[in-house]
Design a protein around this ligand. Sequence first.
Ligand code: R5P
Length: 290
Amino acid sequence: MIVVSGPASADLGKKICECLNCPSIDVKIKVFPDGEYALRFDGDVADKEVVVVQTTGPPQDTNVIQLLLMLDAAKDLGAKKVTAVVPYLAFARQDKRFLNCEAVSANTLVKLIEACGVEKFITVNIHSENILKKFQIPTLNLSAITLLAEHFKNSGMNGAFSLSPDKGAVGLAEEANSILGGGCGWLHKERDRYTGEIKVEEKSLKVKGKDVVVFDDIISTGGTIARAIKMLKNQGARRVYAACAHPLLIGEAKIKILENGAEEIVGTDSLATSVRTVSLAPLIANALIR
Ligand code: R5P
């Protein structure tokens, strides 16, 4: 097995190689004056089992195109088997037509990835499992929540309450609770499909004096998790932490979350942001040799 560490996941790719004790191939990019670029593997992939690691957070268009170029090139250069490891799958929140005449972007991504001839697709806490059903090839959706919860447990947060900021993510709080053991719950959130505005319903959570960790798949603008944290603090929660698999942290997200009372934001290296405290490398490495 050989790991191609894509430009958007160079560090994570190398960490996966360390876990697997296998070689890593870097990717060289030559940019042309018009902004186009040529991508080249810094090593031979012919007849090898190739794992391409490339996350697709911002800039999504560039990272998606580079992912597709790498997958297609690996096949074209004679790789025996190609596995795509895409920790964060861009456009996964657009997995259906919410408004008339919208593009179902997640479906388009699935078609493009499959068209490159890959044999397997691995991702982490995909926003909607429905997307995986669109693939014809085997897929694996790993969860970073156990790793995140273990991080909190090892940092003295055993017994903390686990909360998901919307009902759709209740499975995340339940998974975390199996490690932290302090009980779990969820909030009811609604997003206006036209304005993007979020409303989180007030709910009594019985968290007075308790430590709480709010778990979500994605933190984007931080609006969802900041509202949950504010509610928890208003209800007398002691220490409150924000945790997620994919810390997009757009704009003022980090400040917003901390100003609303979070002690810390803990994310993974699914995306190369400043809160990538927990590495996905062991989780992905184990999945690759399963
Ligand atoms: C949406 O349903 C996701 O699970 C996240 O809750 C959402 O993407 C977070 O977005 P934001 O940080 O902008 O509120």
